[in-house]
Write a protein that binds this ligand. Structure first.
Ligand code: MFK
Length: 565
């Protein structure tokens, strides 16, 4: 009998392999702008499936190294990264992954164009997308709140297309006392007598410590405790000779994934820094940066879902089992169809946020769109982070044992996806962020109004039942909120299910809009199937009765009652 060897999956151009993306871009950008940007997207896709993929594998294979001392015993704290990682940074600059949003060639639509590029770039970037996220957020924050020097000297570098000029930025928020509970930040800022500050403290997680600048939080000496005593500072990490300025690298973190990305623990020892924004407004100020990185997070989650789906689809045609390719087994196809729906819903939600973000930052957004963006940002980050982990895990299963083998490169996808629900605010932090944003703003009104506007505009008779289901889902979530509204404990206990349910209902409305638009253009079979499938099986339920019983939950988690607070 002839020996059998299974073919590996092959990655074609991810732009060409993604009709859902192309149709979404056609709707958001319009045919003319899409025709203009398409050659660039296609060539980036080509790079992502070829040159970048090889570089990402090489970067993963040579993890960053912390060199604390030189041969003569001097403290140097060099972080050595793989040449392939450095090359991926250069490609990011050449491809304008950050710059596209700031050049604004397509006005408010520039963010949508940029996100399409990031989406293609990210899964082959070995997480260079992480420093880019922080760089973009820092550029936005400094452009809005930086002093004249930072705006004139640093922002152009953060948004440069020239690999030799591009600077990246870190975002140092996390300290030992808390990643989510930022108010416990212990770093102290002392005035240096010349208009600047000196920072002292320890930063527990700092991503991409190879950056040239970083934005960080610290408490000006004498400021009150808690988050209201914090301010944002800009640190330029190195002097002209390339030496770190009052920064010691304590160690690099050993992580489950994102292994090419140097994540360090740092001691700030009288580090020179500049105040950004108003003193004591640190959390509100850095939120500008956070909201950008949260959208990057969502876009990168979509990128992983797309990559997982693309590989699993290819493999389904190659792999034979029980006498037929996997693609001829209805149950396998059903599994991939569910994954395709998750991917499409994630994409709609994320690109709606990008569309709103682009409108906001170019001054084109109406007040209700700005309010909507504030709600959609945590929703998109929270839902897509969860979807990426579940979706990539599902895709790995489609490869059987091969999906569990390091050499196939597939496990790295899952390890890397696992960071997405964690950094930039966990799912629970984002669910609570949603509640706070609602309390501070006009409640759910901006989201409900937009959801209803989208559904009311759907014309295709094929979508009547879908629209009905989506209205029901949104209605049940609103009803839950109305009932739980006055009960703080019940509201917070149900916040996660509420947020994820809302995200799913809103994504469903966007899928219905997309399907309606494609049907009107003459060929919407796939979009229609995606919207229907989503409304039939991918909506969330309103938080159940269990969430109304925090004491019962406590008993369930700590049956011996010892852990109960
Ligand atoms: C591949 C993708 C790349 C991603 C790159 C990631 C690499 C970076 C790694 C990291 O740095 S991860 C660390 C990220 N850290 C977080 O995400 C922090 C998570 N914790 C929170 O978000 C908490 O909700 C928060 C710290 C904001 C809670 O602090 P507070 O002080 O209790 O917040 P509060 O009182 O709700 O808000 C203070 C002010 O900020 C309020 O404004 P006012 O003072 O005017 O009332 C809020 O409205 C405002 N604010 C808070 N969050 C906001 C916001 N404004 C706009 N947008 C937001 N998201």
């Amino acid at each position: 009998m002839e020996e059998f060897f299974q073919d590996a999956p092959r990655l074609g151009n991810p732009y060409d392999a993604d009709p859902v993306l192309r149709q979404l871009l056609a709707r958001l950008l319009g045919d003319e702008v899409l025709a203009e940007v398409e050659p660039g997207l296609r060539s980036l896709g080509e790079r992502a499936a070829g040159e970048m993929l090889a570089l990402a594998a090489a970067a993963e294979a040579r993890e960053p190294r912390h060199v604390a001392y030189d041969a003569w015993g001097r403290r140097v704290d060099r972080i050595e990264t793989a040449p392939a990682w450095d090359r991926l940074h250069a490609i990011a600059a050449e491809e304008g992954i950050v710059a596209t949003a700031y050049e604004r060639r397509h006005g408010p639509l520039s963010r949508v164009h940029q996100f399409a590029r990031l989406y293609l770039f990210h899964p082959s970037s070995a997480l260079v997308s992480c420093p880019l996220a922080m760089t973009d957020g820092a550029a936005r924050l400094l452009a809005l709140e930086g002093d004249e020097d930072l705006r004139a000297r640093v922002v152009p570098r953060l948004t440069s297309r020239d690999p030799a000029r591009l600077w990246t930025s870190g975002q140092w928020m996390t300290e030992r006392a808390g990643g989510s509970d930022v108010g416990r930040t212990a770093t102290v800022a002392r005035p240096d007598g010349a208009g600047g500050y000196r920072l002292s403290g320890v930063k527990w997680f700092t991503s991409a410590t190879t950056a040239e600048v970083a934005l960080t939080l610290a408490r000006i000496e004498g400021a009150p405790e808690g988050s209201r005593g914090l301010s944002v500072f800009c640190v330029e990490l190195r002097d002209e000779a390339g030496r770190l300025r009052g920064i010691e690298v304590l160690r690099l973190k050993e992580k489950l994934g994102t292994r090419a990305l140097p994540t360090a623990e740092l001691a700030l020892c009288d580090t020179p820094a500049r105040l950004v924004g108003a003193p004591g407004r640190g959390v509100a100020t850095i939120a500008t940066l956070l909201n950008v990185t949260r959208l990057y997070n969502a876009c990168c989650a979509c990128g992983y879902l797309a990559r997982a789906l693309q590989l699993a689809r290819d493999y389904a045609r190659r792999r034979e089992a029980f006498g037929r390719p996997l693609a001829a087994h209805p149950l396998h196809v059903e599994t991939l169809a569910a994954l395709a729906a998750e991917h499409a819903g994630a994409l709609q939600l994320t690109f709606r946020a990008a569309e709103l973000c682009g409108r906001e930052e170019t001054g084109a957004a109406r007040e209700e769109e700005i309010a909507l963006l504030r709600l959609v940002t945590p929703l998109a980050k929270a839902l897509t982070g969860k979807q990426a982990v579940a979706g990539v895990s599902e895709a790995l299963e489609c490869f059987g044992g091969a999906g569990y083998l390091e050499e196939t490169g597939l496990p790295a996808l899952l390890r890397d996806a696992q960071v997405l629900p964690i950094w930039e605010g966990t799912t629970n932090v984002l669910a609570l962020d949603l509640l706070r944003a609602m309390a501070k703003g006009a409640g759910l009104a901006p989201l409900v109004a937009d959801l209803e506007r989208q559904l009311a505009a759907v014309r295709a008779p094929e979508l009547v039942e879908t629209v009905h289901r989506l209205r029901q889902s949104a209605g049940a979530l609103q009803a839950w909120f109305r009932h739980a509204g006055g009960d703080g404990a019940r509201l917070t206990a149900g916040a996660r299910a509420f947020a994820l349910g809302l995200a799913r209902a809103y994504a469903g409305a966007l899928l219905a809009t997309q399907a309606d638009w494609e049907l009107a253009r003459g060929d919407g079979a796939v979009a229609l199937a995606l919207a229907r499938r989503w409304a039939e099986g991918h909506l969330g339920a309103a938080p159940g009765a269990a969430a109304a019983d925090p004491a019962g939950a406590l008993r369930l988690v700590f049956p011996d009652r010892e852990g109960a607070a």
